[in-house]
Design a protein around this ligand. Structure first.
Ligand SMILES: [Zn+2]
Length: 437
């Protein structure tokens, strides 16, 4: 996309005036590709660095993932599928790394991102592709402009960058932002920083964060700036990525005062843990709670406790609901409670409480209770027993006086089904009589 606005035209011109990436920088980027790779297939080992192949028992290599090339003497790492039938074993290996240059140009903070790729195939010399694919231009207010090469999104997760020139490509909307969120694997050691960033504590190292996002936050977010100056880089990063909000600030301060530290990957657990403390009405400003000796263990304990509590609350609630229903049920269906039909072993009688709906629902695994049939004055429900053992529930319509369903275990009719239905139908007159009583 061609530059349209005044600012885009300006950035385009400034970008053209940037110095070319030097040979020294390209060589420096090569240090990212540290792993020398090999593949192995049917007892033949291939060095992907020099193209040499040699026959050897590959069992030890599969185990240790390491070997040494007999020709070029490189220490090699086995890549690809360890069972020998994987994609990389036959095709080779592609190593993609991002290289960053943090610099200043005409008062702008510029982050230049390059891609360095090595393609390695068996029996071939490795090839390398190096290209600058993205530049982020930031002014002293933290406003950013991004220009990049064309980037294709493969299968929704992998990005392939092309040879195309750096241009404005459709804004920085949230949906598209993640393709620009590349944290360089290595940054050129000579870094230049605009004065506002230097004032806010930034010296050029991002401590693992995505450079342009961290720099923007250091200009625009006081809390990030404070954390950065306190050297709490993990917390600053968590703040930038919205993993922590203002809400945790008080607890964080207590934590820092007590010299409690956490690596970046544990901060989200800690945040979760603070939420749990809050749930259990514990003091989230007390070092006793905020700085646990074993964070993971305390977190897991509270998670379990909360689950138990929710389960118990649900049970309580269900009981209360049933109790409430019972009153109405008895009042309305009382007149049918004396209807008991008997013939030999078979006994059929009405359900006399809401609890029975739930109990039979549990016993037969059908939905008698859960569907709240007891609340509907259109239906009357019975239980059919053979030799004292419940075998089916029968539901009839109090409007049409028809048997709607008679079901036993897993909502299926039992072997007594025909007899049961017939007996209810034979006694329909008594039910009608009870209704008009
Ligand atoms: Zn070799």
């Amino acid at each position: 996309m061609k530059a349209r606005t005044k600012i885009q035209k300006k950035i385009t011109a400034l970008s053209k005036a940037l110095p070319k990436i030097t040979a020294e920088q390209k060589a420096d980027a090569m240090k990212m590709h540290k792993a020398y790779t090999m593949v192995t297939y049917k007892h033949i080992n291939y060095c992907l660095e020099c193209g040499h192949k040699w026959r050897a028992d590959n069992a030890p290599v599969r185990k240790t993932k390491r070997s040494v090339c007999p020709k070029c003497s490189e220490k090699l790492i086995l890549t690809g599928n360890s069972n020998g039938s994987g994609f990389y074993d036959t095709l080779g290996h592609r190593d993609t790394k991002f290289y960053g240059i943090i610099t200043v140009h005409e008062g702008w903070q510029v982050t230049r991102i390059c891609i360095s790729e090595r393609y390695m195939r068996k029996k071939e010399k490795p090839r390398r592709w190096f290209k600058e694919v993205m530049q982020v231009w930031m002014d002293d207010k933290g406003n950013t402009q991004i220009i990049s090469s064309q980037v294709a999104n493969l299968m929704g997760y992998e990005h392939r960058w092309g040879e195309s020139p750096l241009e404005f490509r459709g804004g920085v909307s949230f949906a598209h932002q993640w393709k620009w969120n590349h944290c360089p694997n290595r940054v050129w050691h000579k870094r230049k920083v605009i004065p506002i960033l230097r004032r806010n504590g930034f010296t050029g190292s991002c401590h693992g964060a995505i450079p342009h996002q961290m720099m923007q936050a250091l200009i625009q977010d006081n809390m990030v700036e404070t954390l950065w100056k306190m050297k709490r880089y993990g917390f600053a990063e968590a703040m930038v990525y919205d993993q922590l909000g203002d809400k945790y600030w008080g607890s964080m301060r207590i934590m820092f005062k007590n010299n409690y530290n956490l690596p970046f990957d544990q901060i989200s657990i800690w945040k979760d843990y603070v939420d749990l403390l809050e749930y259990f009405a514990k003091d989230t400003r007390s070092p006793k709670y905020i700085c646990p000796g074993n964070l993971k263990k305390e977190h897991d304990r509270l998670v379990k406790k909360k689950k138990r509590l929710i389960k118990a609350e649900k049970l309580e609630l269900q009981k209360a609901r049933i109790a409430l229903d019972e009153v109405g049920y008895e009042e309305y269906f009382k007149k049918y409670f004396d209807l008991t039909f008997k013939k030999g072993e078979l006994v059929i009688e009405p359900l006399r409480s809401v609890q029975e709906f739930y109990d039979y629902g549990d016993k037969f695994h059908h939905c008698l209770g859960a569907n709240s049939y007891h609340k509907d004055p259109k239906y009357l429900c019975f239980v059919a027993m053979v030799g004292g053992e419940a075998v089916e529930n029968v539901q009839i319509s109090l409007k049409t006086f028809k048997v709607l369903q008679s079901r036993g275990l897993q909502n299926k009719p039992s072997k007594h089904n025909a007899k049961i239905v017939k007996m209810v139908e034979d006694n329909m007159g008594k039910i009608m009589k009870a209704q008009s009583a």
